[in-house]
Design a protein around this ligand. Structure first.
Ligand code: BMA
Length: 325
């Protein structure tokens, strides 16, 4: 039995695994939990991040509006399933040179030492990784962009490792990048990032075009559990699934095990049909250290937000049973 290192979350959203389910991850029966028009201005709400907050839940949601402009909005929930999303996008405080809006999307939220950090793809003469923080999900402060363009997929670790903040990211190009490996960068102050290390690149099948980090890595007694998306190019375009890898706790650029089989991919109607058919894109995971339960939030077909469940043992047993050679 593996152990999640972290806080108990007795009110984690949860449904038991259905008796007839043969996969390591199972979908919430009420999916999608957030519809495309959950706020008046939205065309689609997907690739969004939730965290435990003050005994309840808060999050940052990608809401593309009816002009199909990409922006991020705060939201709150009593149960992690039913959400009230602010109708207005987040307005960041900070240096106007940095806070000037071009576009924002695919946020992750990560609590580090009592602050909730938001990491997102930020338009700044091309996509790069934006970083900000909040303590109440009402006032948000924006820090410097972490990297030079182009980079569209940043994920912060929930604690410092060897006195460095760690960020996973994927250097890319301006558009729908047809390549991409995952790197780790390190920082003493969340401003200057360096000591860049390659974590892993593409592999066969479902992860043959590009890979990118998903939710905040989950600390376990066996290593960092990283859930990540993998993309394959088919005759109908890109298909996004997600899988998992276990990274060394002290040197997370070292891969202990990486799954050859995906955990979840587009199968249901709301994953197969939408603005971008065939996309399952995980951006957040709630965890309960007492039970090992994990609830994953994922974007479906770039249109709606879904929720699915697993446990730390389900995932680790699965990637160990089907490891990449
Ligand atoms: C990626 C990002 C995601 C999106 C995905 C599929 O490159 O733009 O926001 O979900 O493509 O369209």
């Amino acid at each position: 039995m593996a152990k999640i290192i972290g806080k108990a979350l007795p009110n984690i959203p949860w449904e038991d695994k259905p008796a007839d389910c043969k996969t390591p991850v199972w979908r919430y029966s009420g999916n999608p939990i957030i519809k495309k028009d959950a706020i008046p201005s939205s065309n689609s709400i997907f690739n969004s991040a939730a965290v435990a907050f003050n005994g309840k839940f808060a999050g940052v949601f990608r809401c593309d509006n009816k002009a199909v402009e990409m922006n991020i909005h705060a939201g709150f929930s009593d149960d992690g399933i039913n959400w009230n999303i602010d109708h207005e996008p987040i307005q960041f405080q900070g240096d106007p040179y940095i806070t000037k809006l071009q576009y924002r999307y695919d946020a992750r939220v990560c609590e580090v030492e009592g602050k909730y950090y938001v990491v997102w793809c930020n338009g700044y003469h091309g996509p790069t990784i934006g970083l900000g923080y909040t303590e109440d999900f009402k006032t948000f402060h924006q820090l410097e962009n972490c990297f030079l363009p182009y980079n569209r997929n940043g994920v912060l670790f929930p604690r410092r490792v060897n006195d460095h903040y760690l960020m996973l990211s994927r250097p890319s190009d301006t558009g729908h990048t047809s390549f991409g490996d995952i790197f780790i960068s390190q920082s003493k102050d969340l401003v200057y990032w360096g000591k860049h290390r390659h974590v892993f690149g593409t592999a066969g099948g479902w992860q043959s075009t590009k890979v990118g980090a998903g939710p905040t890595p989950i600390e376990t007694d066996e290593g960092w559990l990283m859930i990540y998306h993998g993309v394959i190019t088919t005759c109908n375009g890109y298909v996004y699934r997600f899988g998992a890898a276990l990274l060394d706790l002290d040197e997370p650029w070292k891969v202990i095990t990486r799954g050859d089989w995906y955990l979840l991919g587009p199968e249901t109607l709301y994953e197969l049909a939408g603005d971008v058919p065939g996309v399952t894109f995980p951006c957040a995971a709630l965890t309960d250290a007492d039970t090992g339960r994990i609830a994953i939030y994922y974007g479906c077909a770039d249109t709606v937000t879904g929720l699915c469940f697993t446990t730390v043992d389900e995932v680790l047993d699965y990637i160990k049973a089907h490891p990449m050679k």
